[in-house]
Design a protein around this ligand. Structure first.
Ligand code: XBP
Ligand code: MG
Length: 246
């Protein structure tokens, strides 16, 4: 087992608390499209159980109780509405900085010093990744990540394991040589289904979700060093091997 396991980070809610920016970008796209839709925080909190912005819009449309023809016409608009939302989201990131969550930068620095690989496994659109990483960590940060797995490159988004399996493949490592860091129950389910030791750092939007499947639940990454994470990761697999042989 690799003594310096790779860190595979989720993006939204994990690297930075971005869902409020997403929510505003969705609402701005609806407004400029002439749609009288408004996702307030309570509604968005419910809709966040659906991963993927396009899928989230489709789920919302299905709740409107519209005649089939009208619903179908709206569904045809989803890709364009979502492209507009993504444009607004990127603009909002470029206009303001996206504060990284506490401890993320320190953990990244410690992992890099230990020679560990870093990767991304996210449901968000690829166009969102670099602006977020640059806004949170500066222009040199995208070069820290050996692999970025995100968006529509998988047919099944989180909680399916697909995006983590793609990230592992891009890193040419097995699940036992990586640690996943997630903020949501969907993300934890995805990483666990892919066989990874998974750390949960519940955020503003996900605090009330079920994190019982996570191997470690932290208030924030400020509570753990990379060295401590590697020790917990190794112990988990030793325990698993022991359980298999006894
Ligand atoms: C969170 C998501 C994304 C974002 C919106 O991704 O589910 O859908 O909410 O981004 P992560 P898009 O896996 O990083 O937590 O509109 O581009 O999907
Ligand atoms: Mg997330």
């Amino acid at each position: 087992m690799n003594p310096a396991p790779a860190l595979i980070f989720d993006v939204d809610g994990t690297l930075a608390d971005t869902e409020e920016v997403h929510r505003r970008a969705f609402n701005h796209a609806f407004l400029t499209y002439g749609l009288d839709w408004h996702w307030d925080p309570a509604l968005y909190n419910d809709l966040l159980h659906v991963t993927g912005g396009k899928e989230r819009i489709a789920t919302y449309i299905s709740t409107l109780g519209l005649p089939a023809k009208q619903e179908g016409a709206l569904r045809d608009l989803i890709p364009d509405i979502h492209r507009r939302k993504t444009r607004f989201y990127r603009q909002m990131l470029e206009q303001g900085s996206a504060e990284p969550r506490p401890g993320v930068r320190r953990l990244i620095d410690q992992a890099r010093d230990a020679g560990a690989l870093l990767a991304i496994a996210s449901t968000t659109s690829p166009e969102n990744i670099e602006p977020l990483i640059v806004a949170a960590f500066g222009p040199q940060a995208p070069g820290w990540f050996a692999a970025i797995a995100c968006g529509d490159i998988v047919a099944r988004k989180k909680p399916a394991p697909d995006i983590y399996e793609v990230a592992l493949g891009l890193l040419h490592i097995g699940a036992r040589d990586a640690v996943a860091v997630e903020d949501s129950a969907n993300g934890v389910s995805s990483a666990k289904a892919a066989g990874l030791f998974t750390v949960a750092t519940p955020g503003t939007w996900t605090r009330t979700q079920d994190f019982s499947r996570a191997d470690l639940v932290l208030e924030s990454l400020a509570e753990v060093s990379y060295e401590r994470l590697t020790a917990l990761h190794a112990a988990a697999f030793i325990e698993e091997a022991h359980a298999r042989t006894h």
